[in-house]
Each structure stands twice: as structure tokens, then as C-alpha cells.
Design a protein around this ligand. Structure first.
Ligand SMILES: [Zn+2]
Length: 674
């Protein structure tokens, strides 16, 4: 039998994991050996008779757990991007054990004593800025994980963390199973009227693949409002599709969400905070619950007013169809009608100009070259984690090799919804590692031989996720703990949102948006009309987003011990209380399928998208101004911000670029909220 491929560092270029050799049966032994190895490394640190030093404690900790890290990053991606029942079982089993492992390190009294001693002596130690920052971040992490609590409290903390980890895994699997179970099965093609021929063919193919030959199946995407709602002409089909989406996992995840929120509130109290939200934001750039409350409160009334104005526009068009009241399942459909009639923008007519390969190479890569000078070479000799995964080598402006970018753009039944970026190898001077990062998207695969044509939103997602990828690729720090995207949650969406600006940057747009058959550019005026139509939809988009952010906030500002009887009722009351109960606009995610906050790292953190957008909108204005070339601005943004990771304070990095504190004006203008 060959050796477990996780047991040694990869010998492939950039330490790319040896995907061709990795089998599911390798995971568990690698996790077990990885955890044991790291605990032995920690024991060696604490057994050292020498007093703690940066080298024997801080950097030894930084070097520990390499095997565990190797298996963890590969496994997490496998379970998100190409899962199987076997991988799901491993995930459910290993998640609580990993939580317990993290606690074993953070609650190791001897280890914390050494960190505490280093931290107490930091002022006299003459540390360089990166080392000082690492020490601060590590020390904070120990304290926030409960290192200063007594034994009894720590025991309770461990129990809570283990239960939460298991609950998270269960929540995610419930969403996935119930999303598949509720996929809409339709008997005839007539019911799909309004969809393109390609979409109808894809639904038929989906029917075959999912065991409904001869029928048409619309699979559910992550968020509440399904994309097909914009074009399905049969109102009853729209209603069924949205209802299926909104009811996902209501029976299983309702009680689970209540339990998780209660556990988080209890944990926050143990750790000295009033609520889970207070605990979370204490370590974010927002700092306090009040700061987040203030931003949300400022945005809600004008956003709702915008949405109501949009609703009036929709009602006019709908009246012609005999629809006297706009329901939630009508909103996207009549928005699309308004876009076509008032703005002369037809979403379907744009697709032929957005062919994936062209958008990727002549848009996303082209923009990165324009701003940062980097170039990309596909490496078909390197094997990705799925046959659809493509591997690109990234080179700096001077030709030196920078890292690898993996792109996995297509949807499949085994992939969770949404789009995301993560790192397989984090950049680190200390460990001599260069970054290997990936993007996962969920673009429907067309019939064989057909081009992959993207929607406007999918183009935006491609640029967005690549912004995260650049954040990982440009990382230039010493310590892996603070590398790349390891910045505060309410800061991490900022670089990715900034990267969206290239989508409509005239030089970039002209380069990629060409008809896939004729090569012709977008018809004149279309982009301007599209921009106008976008601002028309801002009311809906902002309300949909804020409703989800408020839901997250409501669950996580609950004090300890508050009993919640029913998740649906809690949800309705929270939205009404925040002034966000707009009947025809459901939250972007409802509680029971809100994976970001119950199965991911965004609990009390969904506000981060709009919080980051303040920085984003401000930075876009900076990029456009001041007579710098795009390349010059790109260099500053890269050097002062993207390269820094969390090796210095995030807002200090922002100030180093823009030269002042962030201002909200550009965001309010962009969202039509002034
Ligand atoms: Zn993002």
C-alpha cells in the first residue's frame, strides 16, 4: 500500500496538493496523525526549560501543525466543492474533534503562560513590527478563546465548542439535502416559458441526471430569489419555485438555529461579552455593536424608501398583466420588464457578449495585468481537485513566479452553492511558501460544445472572487498566521469588492465584452443603460441584503438565556422591528438556509459586506482620481494593502493607501441612498 500523501509535504510545484493521489480514505488517518503531531509540537514548546522567546515559542507555534493544515485545507475544499456521502460522514465526525483540538491548544495553560510572558515583555523586547503584530494577534486569539478562564468555565467552553461544531456540520448538510429534495420538478416545457432554449435544455438534462427522465428540474441556488424568477412567465410556477426556496430546511434547521444562537450567547457571556455579536465585533474593524447598529440604522430607511419607489414602477407594468399586487415571486419578473421597457436592457441579450473564457482572460486577467503587471499561464500538466478545475501559474511584472491560481467555475450537484475563494497554501516567508489559491463558482454547464455565456451578475462574481484570489496571491508577509486573506471579517470583502470595479472600467470592458460569434463590442450606450438599470434595482438589492444582515444581527445580539420558541416567528418579529418587513422582498437568506452564519464563519458578520463596501466605494473613487496611472495606483494598493495581510492593522493599511479615514459618502451615492 502506498503511503498516505498527506504525511509528507507535497513535492509538486508550489507544494500543490497531490490531488491525483488523494483518496477519501486518506483523510481520517491524516487528521489523526496531524492532530497528534501538533500536540507533540506544542508539548515540546511547553517542555522547553528555557524562558519563552520569539523563536522557541511564537515561531515554534507558527511552524507547528503543518500536516494538519495540509489535510484540512484539502478536505474543506473537497467537502464544499465536490462532496460525497462518504466525505459528509467524515466531515460530521471530524468537525467536533477539530474544535476540541483547537481548544486543546488555546486552553493549554503552560503554552498560554509562555505567550502571556512574551506579551507582557513586548515593550522592552525591541521586536520588529511584523513580529510584534504576530504576538499581539496570537495573544488576542488565546484570550478570546478563553485562556484566562478558570477550569470549570473552560470545561463548559469546550463542551459548547464541540456541540457547535457538530451543529454547524449538521446545518450545512440539512441545507444541502433539503435544497435537493425541494428542487422544482415540472412536467412540461410550457411551464418553463420565458427561459431560453439553453436553460430549458439544461432543466431537461437536470431531470435526467436527478432521476426524473422526461421532466424538467430547476435546482435551487443558495439565496432566496432564484434567478429563473426574472424570466418565468407562468406566475404559478414562479410562486412554486420561490416557495420551495423559502421553505428550505425549515423543519430541521429552525430548531438547530435556535440552539446554536443560545450556545453562542452562553459562550459570549463566559468570555465576558454581553452577546455573541459584541464578542465577534470586538475583534473586527467595527469594534462595537453600536457602530454596526449605527451604519445599519442609517441605511435602512432610505433603502426601504427606494424599494417602495421601485415597487410602484413594477406595479404599473404588472397592472397590464392583470396583476394587482406585486408578490415576492413577481418582483424579479417585473423588474426585468421595467429594465427592458424603461432602460432598454435585456439581460438575456447581454449574455452572448460575456463568454467565460473571454471574460476570464481578456477581462479578469487583463485587468490584473493592467493594474499590477501580473501575467497568467495555464498549467494543464498540474492536476486540480476535479476534472473541471484549471490551474494557472501567476507571474509578477518582472517575470518572477508568484503562485498558483486554481479556477473551478462550474456548478455540479456535489458542490455547495455560492462562490468563494480560499487558500491551499498560504504565503509565508518563514516557511518559504508561495501562495496556491482557488476560486469556486457555480456557473451552469452548457450542453457539450456550447459556449459558456455568463450573466451580468456572474461576470461580477468572477471579478469579485478573483479580488480575493489576488489578496492571497499578493501576500508578502513572514508569518502564515497573518498571511493573505487572514484579515478581519469586516475587511476581507473590501479588496474583492474593489476588484469588481474592473468589470466596467472602460479599457477592460472594451477588451473582454465581445460577441462570442461575431467579435463585435457591446452595442453603444448599452453599458450606460445597464448602469442606470442597476441603480433602479438598488432598492431591492439593498433591502434584500440588509434584511439578511439584520437577521444575522438579531440572532446574535440575543442575551444569554432568552428563550426562542419558533425560528420563523423570531425572524418575522426581527425584520418588523428593524423596519425591514417589506412583504415582497424576502431576505437574501432566511434563517434555515443561512449557511454563512450557521455553517460558515460569518456569524454576527454578515454586516461585513456593506461595512467593507464603504471602504470599497471610497477606494474606487481614489483609484479614479489624482492623476495617477492605473498601474501606479495598483502598485500602491498592492504594496500598502493587498501584500500586508493582517501583518498590520487593517485600517492603517487603508489609510496608507487613501491617506485618510474612510468616508461613507461614496457608498451612499452608489446605493442611491442620498
Ligand atoms: Zn467575497
Amino acid at each position: 500500500m502506498t503511503e498516505n500523501p498527506f504525511f509528507r509535504p507535497s513535492t509538486l510545484a508550489y507544494e500543490l496538493p497531490p490531488f491525483a493521489e488523494i483518496r477519501p480514505e486518506h483523510y481520517l488517518p491524516a487528521f489523526e496523525r496531524g492532530m497528534a503531531e501538533q500536540l507533540a509540537e506544542i508539548a515540546a514548546i511547553t517542555a522547553d526549560p528555557q524562558p519563552p522567546t520569539v523563536e522557541n515559542t511564537l515561531l515554534a507555534l507558527e511552524r507547528s501543525g503543518r500536516l494538519l493544515h495540509r489535510v484540512k485545507v484539502v478536505f474543506e475544499n473537497h467537502s464544499a466543492a465536490d462532496t460525497t456521502p462518504e466525505v459528509d460522514r467524515i466531515d460530521a465526525g471530524i468537525s467536533p474533534r477539530l474544535a476540541a483540538h483547537r481548544d486543546a491548544i488555546h486552553l493549554d495553560a503552560a503554552l498560554f503562560a509562555r505567550i502571556e510572558e512574551l506579551h507582557a515583555g513586548r515593550a522592552e523586547a525591541d521586536l520588529d513590527p511584523q513580529t510584534l503584530r504576530l504576538l499581539e494577534r496570537r495573544h488576542t486569539a488565546f484570550v478570546r478563546a478563553g485562556a484566562r478562564l478558570g477550569a470549570e468555565q473552560q470545561a463548559r467552553l469546550r463542551a459548547i465548542n464541540t456541540e457547535l461544531a457538530a451543529a454547524s456540520s449538521e446545518f450545512r448538510q440539512n441545507v444541502s439535502a433539503d435544497s435537493q429534495a425541494r428542487a422544482l420538478v415540472l412536467d412540461s416545457a410550457e411551464q418553463l416559458a420565458g427561459l431560453s432554449a439553453d436553460e430549458v435544455a439544461a432543466a431537461a438534462e437536470n431531470g435526467r441526471a436527478l432521476g426524473h427522465p422526461g421532466k424538467y428540474v430547476l435546482s435551487l441556488k443558495n439565496f432566496s430569489n432564484q434567478t429563473e424568477l426574472a424570466s418565468l412567465t407562468d406566475r404559478s410556477v414562479r410562486e412554486r419555485l420561490l416557495a420551495a426556496s423559502l421553505d428550505r430546511a425549515v423543519d430541521t434547521n429552525g430548531p438547530l438555529a435556535i440552539r446554536m444562537a443560545a450556545l453562542r450567547a452562553e459562550r459570549a457571556r463566559l468570555l465576558g461579552h454581553d452577546t455573541h455579536a459584541a464578542y465577534v465585533v470586538a475583534d473586527e474593524t467595527a469594534g462595537t455593536v453600536e457602530a454596526v447598529d449605527a451604519l445599519l440604522a442609517r441605511l435602512v430607511p432610505p433603502a426601504v424608501a427606494n424599494a417602495r419607489r421601485e415597487a410602484e414602477e413594477l406595479a404599473k407594468v404588472a397592472a397590464a398583466d392583470g396583476v394587482d399586487e406585486i408578490a415576492a415571486h413577481d418582483w424579479a419578473y417585473y423588474s426585468e420588464q421595467v429594465r427592458q421597457t424603461s432602460y432598454r436592457v435585456d439581460a438575456g441579450a447581454l449574455r452572448p457578449y460575456f463568454e467565460l473564457e473571454r471574460v476570464l482572460r481578456d477581462g479578469v486577467f487583463f485587468a490584473a495585468n493592467l493594474a499590477y503587471g501580473v501575467t497568467f499561464t495555464e498549467r494543464p500538466d498540474l492536476v486540480g481537485y476535479h476534472p473541471d478545475t484549471r490551474v494557472f501559474e501567476v507571474f509578477d511584472a518582472d517575470g518572477s513566479a508568484l503562485g498558483l491560481f486554481l479556477g473551478d467555475f462550474h456548478a455540479r450537484a456535489s458542490k455547495r452553492g455560492g462562490a468563494w475563494m480560499d487558500e491551499l497554501v498560504s504565503q509565508s516567508g518563514l516557511l518559504g511558501q508561495r501562495p496556491v489559491v482557488y476560486n469556486n463558482l457555480n456557473i451552469a454547464k452548457p450542453a457539450p460544445g456550447e459556449p459558456v455565456l455568463l450573466s451580468w451578475d456572474e461576470v461580477r462574481t468572477l471579478f469579485h472572487e478573483f479580488g480575493h484570489a489576488l489578496h492571497g496571491l499578493f501576500s508578502d508577509v513572514r508569518h502564515p498566521y497573518v498571511a493573505g486573506t487572514a484579515v478581519p471579517r469586516d475587511f476581507v470583502e473590501f479588496p474583492s469588492q474593489v476588484n469588481e470595479m474592473w468589470m466596467v472600467w472602460p479599457e477592460v470592458l472594451a477588451n473582454y465584452a465581445r460577441h462570442h460569434e461575431t467579435g463585435e463590442p457591446l452595442p453603444a450606450g448599452l453599458v450606460e443603460r445597464m448602469a442606470a438599470a442597476e441603480s433602479f434595482g438598488q432598492g431591492f438589492r439593498t433591502v434584500e441584503y440588509l434584511a439578511a444582515a439584520l437577521l444575522d444581527w438579531a440572532w446574535h445580539t440575543l442575551p444569554e438565556g432568552q428563550e426562542i420558541a419558533d425560528a420563523r416567528e423570531f425572524e418575522a418579529a426581527a425584520l418588523a422591528g428593524a423596519g425591514l418587513a417589506v412583504a415582497a422582498i424576502p431576505p437574501r437568506y432566511r434563517t434555515t438556509y443561512f449557511g454563512h452564519i450557521f455553517a460558515g464563519g460569518y456569524s454576527a458578520g454578515y454586516y461585513a459586506y456593506i461595512w467593507s463596501e464603504v471602504l470599497d466605494a471610497d477606494t474606487v473613487e481614489w483609484f479614479k482620481g489624482d492623476g495617477r496611472s492605473v498601474r501606479e495606483s495598483g502598485e500602491v494598493f498592492r504594496r500598502e494593502l493587498l501584500a500586508r495581510g493582517d501583518s498590520r492593522d487593517a485600517l492603517d493599511s487603508f489609510r496608507a493607501v487613501v491617506g485618510r479615514d474612510p468616508e461613507t459618502g461614496p457608498l451612499l451615492a452608489r446605493r442611491g441612498l442620498v
